[in-house]
Each structure stands twice: as C-alpha cells, then as structure tokens.
Write a protein that binds this ligand. Structure first.
Ligand code: SAH
Length: 340
C-alpha cells in the first residue's frame, strides 16, 4: 500500500477523481496532513466519513519514529527508525533567517567518499519520498516551529535517488502543505553529471550545491571515487549549462582536509577552475570522526585558502559550524548507534 505522505496534491486529485470524490479535497487533505498536522485522518472533520474510510483502505498513514534527539545550542540532531528498522538522521539548524533542516536521502551511500562517515556503510536502499517528507513533518511537530529551509545533505547521494527526491520536493513545496519555497531547498551532490542535465528541466527553482573538495581530477579521484566516473571538466561543463539555462544559484562545497587539499596550490587551481563562473564557494572545516584518518585543516591554513579565493574574485564563505559537540557530521550519529 502506498504511503499518503508520498503523494503530491495532483496525484491525490487524480485519485479522488478516479474514485468519484470532488477533486478539491486533494488540497484539503494536504492541509490536514501538513498544516493542521493531524495524527489520524479521522480528525479531518470536513472530509466525509466515506472518504476517510476509503483513504484508510487505500493508503498507509504510517509515520517514522524519532528514536533519539541530541540537542545543542542552535543545532539538534535526530535519529529516526524506519518501518524496516533501518536508521537515518536529520539535523536541524537555527539560523538568523529561520530553521533549516538537513535530511537524509538514502539508507547508507554508495559514493564511498574517503572522508565521509556515511559512506562507510554501503547503500541499503533509497528512501521513499514519504520518508523524506516525514523527516520534515516529524521534526516540525517535535520542535513546534516552522521549518523554512531544507537541505538534502544528510546520508545518501540525492542524485542516486533522483525520482524520489524530486517527488519529495514537489510535496514539501506545495503551498497547501509544508510550503517550503523552492529557493529555500538545496540539493547537494557529489557531481553525477547526467542528473545535473536532468535537473535543468525540473521546473522548481531549487539550489544546487556540488561537493567539489578538490580542484583537479588526480586529487579528486583519491578522495572521491565518483571522480573516476565523471571528470571535473564534464562536471563543470554541465554546471555552466545548468546556470545558463536556469539562472539558479550554484554553490561549490569544499571540505578542507589537513595537508590533503588545503595548500595554496589547490586554492590557485580552484580559482582557475571556477574563473568566470559566478560561483560561490563554501569552505567546510572538516568534522573529524573517530573511524577516519583525515584531520581538519589548521585555522590559519583555512584563512589563507579563503584569502586566495577572495583576492582572485571568487565569492567565498567559511561554513559556520554546527554540531561539533553532538556528532553532527554526516552519518556519525547513526554509526554510533549501530556501532559500525
Ligand atoms: N552525497 C551528497 C550529499 C551528502 S554529503 C554530496 O556529496 O554532496 C553532504 C556534504 O557533507 C558533502 O559536501 C560531504 O562531502 C560533506 N561531508 C561529509 N563528511 C563530512 C565531514 N566529516 N565533515 C564535513 N563535511 C562532510
């Protein structure tokens, strides 16, 4: 049985029509699920008894369970248990512009980035759209405040689960539902080129963030196996076209790993690579994890790297740090839980 939280308004309308109910109930159902956040469809008082009964017959209303929550000053980390007992995590961050939630898109990840905790466990399965929607809904319910931004940057590679991720975006974007503006949604990818082309035709103004982490193929291949499949030149060509076609915002993420990719040489190479691209670079101080050998770059090295980019006309910020004290790096909480 399909889960109701994985359906768009348009799909509910189709369903209603096919079952001889008025189509406009689609938006009503959305409002009950996402704005009133009812825990049982029986509470949807303006839907007929007959419709409620039919919905219960045809859809699953199963939720996902918050197993654990670690709260820091302006960050909270949630561990979920899914119906097949798998674990995923989401991180809620308090910014001055609102609450931003980082969600997972897969159980495990097949990309195998050397520095990443999530990739230590191979992909078990994709998350269904409803399991992504419910990460947002459950946390919004739990914290009692509106989530205004969503980043798909938790466990998993969203472009390895493209259909469900775009379905998820359609659902959370709807103004009768969670109403999260497309410009407030960011997809983060390690750079799966065919999906960059596909996203050009996705009619929502979402942001794209690309995990670059190295300015040349040789170094990138050492730390990110996906670089063996897609050369940087192909990634950059796709992105230039993406920006030209969509005019959407593009961010590059660059983790600074001590003595790996943080020398002035790499900063200068990065300048060359991104020149003329109107790119925005987010430097990420590495979150060290117990299982992996990589170290965070020294503060002075980070500052110098940042300066080189700035002096050469690249827009750059150093990512504000959340969750250092609560194992908030991608995949850490789950891996502690499962003692991987
Ligand atoms: N697969 C997607 C999204 C998930 S990872 C991607 O690659 O973008 C989200 C971001 O967190 C990526 O930029 C990833 O490289 C980064 N990341 C992974 N482990 C990290 C760590 N320990 N410290 C800081 N950033 C990390």
């Amino acid at each position: 049985m399909e889960n109701i939280y994985g359906k768009t308004v348009e799909e509910l309308e189709e369903y209603l029509k096919a079952n001889h109910f008025p189509k406009f109930y689609g938006k009503e159902i959305f409002m009950w699920l996402y704005q009133k956040q009812i825990s049982s469809i029986d509470d949807a008082s303006n839907l007929s008894l007959e419709l409620r009964k039919k919905l219960k017959e045809d859809f699953s209303f199963e939720r996902i369970q918050i197993l654990e929550c670690q709260k820091g000053e302006d960050v909270s980390k949630y561990l979920f248990r899914l119906s097949d007992k798998e674990h995923i995590e989401a991180v809620l961050m308090k910014h001055d512009y609102g609450l931003s939630l980082c969600i997972s898109s897969q159980v495990g990840c097949n990309m195998g980035c050397k520095f990443c905790e999530s990739g230590r466990r191979k992909k078990v399965r994709n998350l269904e759209a409803y399991e992504m929607v419910l990460q947002v809904l459950e946390i919004e319910k739990e914290c009692g405040s509106r989530i205004s931004h969503v980043v798909i940057m938790g466990i998993g590679e969203p472009f390895d689960n493209y259909e469900n991720v775009t379905q998820f975006i359609r659902i959370i974007n709807h103004d009768k539902g969670l109403c999260i503006g497309a410009r407030h949604i960011t997809i983060s990818t390690c750079g799966i080129v065919p999906k960059i082309y596909e996203l050009m035709n996705f009619p929502y103004q979402v942001n794209l963030a690309v995990s670059l982490h190295a300015p040349n193929d040789a170094l990138r291949k050492e730390i990110m196996p996906i670089a063996k499949v897609y050369a940087l030149s192909n990634v950059i060509t796709a992105l230039k076209e993406y920006v030209k076609k969509t005019n959407r915002r593009l961010t590059f993420e660059y983790i600074l790993l001590d003595d790996v990719n943080d020398h002035p040489k790499e900063a200068l190479e990065l300048v060359e690579l991104l020149k003329g691209m109107n790119a925005y670079v987010n430097l990420i101080p590495y979150n060290e994890t117990t299982h992996l050998q990589y170290k965070r770059s020294k503060p002075l090295t980070i500052a110098k790297f940042c300066d080189i980019l700035k002096k050469n006309g690249i827009c750059v910020t150093i990512r504000r740090e959340f969750g250092k004290t609560i194992s908030a790096a991608c995949g850490q909480l789950r891996s502690e839980k499962e003692e991987l």
